[in-house]
Design a protein around this ligand. Sequence first.
Ligand SMILES: NC(=O)c1ccc[n+]([C@@H]2O[C@H](COP(=O)([O-])OP(=O)(O)OC[C@H]3O[C@@H](n4cnc5c(N)ncnc54)[C@H](O)[C@@H]3O)[C@@H](O)[C@H]2O)c1
Length: 374
Amino acid sequence: MKELRIAIVGHRFMGRAHSNAWNQVSRFFDPALKPVLRVACGRERNDLQAFADRWGWEEIETDWRKVLERDDIDAIDIATPTFLHAEMAIAAAEAGKHIFCEKPFCNTLAEAEAMLAAVEKAGVVHYLNHNYRRCPAVLLAKKLIAEGEIGEVYHWRGAYQQSWLVNPQHPLDWKLQKRTAAAGPLWDLGSHAVDLAHFLVGDFAEIDCRGKQFIANRPLASDPSKTGEVEVECAALMTGEFKNGALATIETTRYATGRRNRHTFEIYGSKGAITWDMEDMNRLQFYSGNDPEDRQGFRDILVTERSHEYVGAWWPPGHIIGYEHAFVHAAIDFLNAAGSGTQVEPNFRDGVKSIRVLEAAARSMETGQRVKVE
Ligand SMILES: NC(=O)c1ccc[n+]([C@@H]2O[C@H](COP(=O)([O-])OP(=O)(O)OC[C@H]3O[C@@H](n4cnc5c(N)ncnc54)[C@H](O)[C@@H]3O)[C@@H](O)[C@H]2O)c1
């Protein structure tokens, strides 16, 4: 069987989630290419070796540029902080490697456009990991909308709420600095929320955004007796309008006390409505205006039938799947695209679109004005 020889850069949260996906994918699916976990790359040699041993990476390397020079690597998996994505992806494209890249896509629209130009010139497969698109319940929502069950969409209400910054002792990490993260939850969580809005409803026409800072200084990780400035917003609330006329609200925060990873959307249309909550990700709530009036109400669909996307490869109906499965679904589609010379979605084109919306929101947050999404 033909192989896809992969190098991963980054070996913490996403490094583990991606390694799990590359390991699991051939056990449950039949990809066109067999993934080979060839090189794990990161900065801390000791941690990196332990990571490689645990997840089955054949070798380690601390300089990602050396990995790109190797002929025995076909694809680069970018699982590093956001500010490194552009430099790594452009270099990977120039070296002719397929790219599996984490979100947010990058820090600026100029970087986003350069990344897209590089992959298009190189003709490589490019994937941007908005993993929530590959949850079976989200794909059922997409199908219901495509089949006209919701009718004309009036409202998109998205929220991505976390709580890890409620603790004032949480140290100042890369996600709280402008150079490394571009912005706060607007970028990190908002990129997922905007991508799902694009996927399910359509393109944005204009955006308003209000940001807020709750805790301005935090202990340094290197020396907790000292503090440093939080350079990004703590919460960002967007309202906007889609080109198709639907209205949007999107709430992103790391200060939603008690909410660990509550990623939700609600869609209200002329014929029906849909709601989804990542913390109960196997279920979709669907209201149909076509039901007889005396039994109308939201139905609670357990999306675990063989007829649901990807589910048939896993367990019998009712045996739920979890967070990591959407990464395996991305892996199968990426391997099949690389094997057949096609593209996979979302990709760098979607990345440019999402950064355009986030930059408009950031401008609105700064100026207090509504901004058109060009
Ligand atoms: N898809 C999702 O749901 C999801 C969830 C969390 C994070 N992310 C994204 O994944 C990316 C990584 O986030 P994370 O939470 O895994 O970060 P992390 O801080 O846990 O890990 C970052 C990794 O990058 C490595 N790294 C940093 N600089 C490097 C360099 N110059 N060369 C080589 N390696 C380097 C570090 O050694 C570390 O292994 C970010 O873009 C983040 O937004 C996505």
